[in-house]
Design a protein around this ligand. Sequence first.
Ligand code: CO
Ligand code: CO
Length: 472
Amino acid sequence: MASFAGKEAEDALKLKSVSVVDEDDDEEEEDEGGGAEGAEGTKKKKKKKKSKKKKKGPSGTTPPHGRMLGGFTDYYTKYGQTEPPSIAVHELSNFKSGQFPQGQIMPHGTTRVPDAAGPELTHYLTRVSEAERRELDTSPDREALYQNARRAAECHRQVRAHAQSYIKPGIKLIDMCDRLENMNRTLLKEAGLEAGPGFPTGCSINHVAAHYTPNCGDDTVLHEDDVMKVDFGSQVDGRIIDCAWTVAFNPRYDPLLQAVKEATECGIKCAGIDVQMSEIGEQIQEVMESHEVEIDGKVYPVKCCRNLNGHSIGRYEIHAGKSVPIVKNNDSSRMVEGEFYAIETFGSTGDGYVVEQGECSHYMKDFNCPHVPLTMGKAKKLLGHINKTYSTLAFCRRWLERDDGGSYAVHKFGGKQEHYMGAMKVLCDQGIVNEYPPLVDTFGRGCYTAQYEHTLILRPTCKEILSRGDDF
Ligand code: CO
Ligand code: CO
């Protein structure tokens, strides 16, 4: 999920003439993940990064990942997983010990802003000794926390590796989501709030940047020329992995995808204890805006979606209060040891500014929601269902309408909610539940947005990119 800021221009939603930049030679890069690894990260990459049969394009180069040309399903068989995957990740013999693969290890990004603001801002890495940092990093509490997050990340990697083999033009989005989410539930061995999907599967298309998933009855089909952002979550003990990539079959979008991938990698590289949010945003913007993309003979600059952000992640709290901007701003707050972050960037050929538009599918209980006595029986019942099934995790209408109401572990086949929209409106009006409607570039139809996202944790000794895989 993306964090959305600012409603300054709801009325900005209007059609504009296509902004055309003088044609220039476009520097298309076929190299998958060319800029994808920070220099420091490359050497320290985890061992499991060798894909035996990555398909090569006709020219011998690796086709960009966004085209989903297959060859990804071998990711999990090396761990004893079946094809298609059917075994819960923590029950695979390789992981029975409770030790899951570590993510990519990188050094913390360094802040360029001196610690002149006072002793309380004296940088962590100089204030705390290496021995103290190592002690904290290896404490039993931390170890348990890391393993929960890594288990969720391993599920995410296996689920998406399989999804990348069946996402093709012509697929119905609702079928795609059901298939992906069912596998997510299986590999996590869904156990209500203890383990399960972290939030609904976003599959926002083209000018829709985020927070779209089909509601029941939505027959939308994925087309050859679509640009789709697949954003789904896996959680174990409330530790949510929030990770997304972009699917595009038409090679004309490769430069757009490459721009956003590089921008996200830049954000990942910059992140670190004591680093200011504004520093990260500025550098992401510089990378994103150094790209352009040619579509149907017109050259478009790639713009950052300036009111979409990365975000801190808390336990059962997908947006924990801190935003990681993707453009230059004046946010002087800093990243802190122990925090989880979703680093995500969005690039657009349109306005680079999103507003809420269209039918809502995503909902989430307010994390700090006040206790409100409810008079309407149906609202009370729905809230009871949400509390038991999702607590403060995000959910969608499709899940409420499953036979298990969103959790087989909690409700078996007796969880289905019916005729609940009136009750949902009451919960939203009372501020107990918040709506997250689709976020759409104000340019409207005809523009394209792309996204890449990873979840990382700022450990005392290093930064761990939990969701890193051999795909992106
Ligand atoms: Co996110
Ligand atoms: Co996301």
